[in-house]
Design a protein around this ligand. Structure first.
Ligand SMILES: Cc1cc2nc3c(=O)[nH]c(=O)nc-3n(C[C@H](O)[C@H](O)[C@H](O)COP(=O)(O)O)c2cc1C
Length: 344
């Protein structure tokens, strides 16, 4: 898909990135990488305020999804993903990112750059991957994921306070988790309000908008992508079809997993988002595909059952669920607001 010429995809153009000189230019560079992060329904719930010495990320609470993301978990996971991209960009410039979270509404993350003192816990080659990462929502190949990669992914948790990684590649257990996902997705498909909400974020393949999800990310041809927002408003049928399609996609994926912590808090969700983005960039460097699938963790019943199935202590709360695998699917990107549009 050579959609990167259009203005709403230009944020992905790595060649447009110039070596920054002043601290303000460096902070702009860092923010431009942050905005390429994944976000729930591609809402991009961030605004940046860049001064001579610091960058403030202000959470756009009005972009929280009232139905799909009642608690705000998805909103703050997305902010965490944005923050991790910024850490990788800062590292590229020879800096470490330091930040504090101001939890008063609107939540703000105040970011500064300090000269690198220690070696980062992530590899330098993650930087180029910021521009290649995408949520691959297609079917994956049955080719297994090498154990050494799974072991490495598992080891990332120690860098993120209170975060635990669970990966499932055992066929029987994966089948049970997949069935559980179908239970959650089927419940979602009965929720008329979910259909109406998502209809506002589903876009035609030719969209000129700077946010949302063009139909091609789910394999829709142009005509279907044009009508899908309207159909989603009128009928539950597309969500039922989507639940079955997601079930098949999970079945095709050799590995599923989730990140959890022991509390539901802004800090924990942001930390989980950082950990997820490291995982997504790392698997992309290693030629793998990855996609988050929220339904199973947004549903209290299936979330509990997921812990029981995977024999995880029920003190934990799963925050983000995903699948991993190799694929032959063509890399496609979703639109992004250019930096100028994200400045407050
Ligand atoms: C917290 C979170 C939850 C997500 N949940 C889902 C999901 O349930 N289903 C899905 O298809 N995509 C999900 N996504 C992926 C987003 O749709 C995707 O990140 C967004 O459209 C931007 O596209 P990109 O990741 O390819 O850049 C999720 C992303 C995040 C950050």
């Amino acid at each position: 898909m050579s959609n990167l010429q259009a203005i709403n995809y230009q944020a992905w153009d790595a060649d447009a990135f110039k070596e920054p000189n002043t601290m303000k230019e460096k902070l702009r560079f860092v923010a431009s990488c942050g905005l390429l992060a994944p976000s729930v329904h591609n809402t991009q719930p961030w605004k940046f305020d860049i001064s001579q010495s610091q960058l403030t990320v202000t959470v756009q609470h009005q972009l929280q999804l009232p139905i799909a993301d009642k608690s705000g978990q998805g909103l703050f996971l997305s902010i965490g993903c944005c923050l991790f991209n910024m850490e990788v960009a800062a590292n590229r410039l020879g800096f470490q990112l330091c930040y504090t979270i101001d939890s008063n509404k609107p939540v703000k993350v105040v970011v500064g750059l300090i000269k690198k003192k220690t070696k980062p816990f992530f590899s330098n080659d993650l930087f180029e991957t910021i521009f290649k990462r995408w949520s691959d929502k297609g079917l994956y190949l049955s080719k297994p994921v090498p154990t050494h990669l799974l072991t490495e992914i598992q080891s990332f948790s120690k860098h993120f306070r209170g975060i635990s990684t669970t990966l499932v590649d055992d066929k029987k257990l994966k089948t049970e988790v997949t069935e559980l996902y179908l239970e959650a997705a089927s419940r979602v498909s009965l929720n008329k309000k979910f259909g109406t909400e998502i209809s506002h974020w589903v876009r035609a393949n030719t969209t000129k908008k700077f946010d949302g999800m063009p139909g091609f990310v789910n394999g829709l041809p142009l005509l279907l992508s044009l009508v899908s927002p309207y159909v989603l408003k009128l009928s539950q049928k597309p969500l039922k079809i989507q639940a079955q399609a997601d079930y098949q996609k999970l079945k095709s994926s050799p590995v599923v997993g989730f990140l959890s912590s022991t509390d539901q808090s802004v800090a924990s969700w942001i930390e989980t988002g950082r950990a997820y983005e490291l995982l997504h960039l790392f698997v992309t460097v290693n030629g793998l595909s990855c996609a988050p699938m929220a339904a199973i963790v947004e549903d209290d019943q299936t979330s509990q059952k997921l812990l029981a199935l995977t024999k995880k202590n029920n003190r934990f709360i799963p925050h983000i669920f995903f699948r991993l695998g190799y694929s032959n699917n063509q890399e496609v990107h979703t639109p992004r607001r250019p930096l100028e549009y994200c400045l407050s």
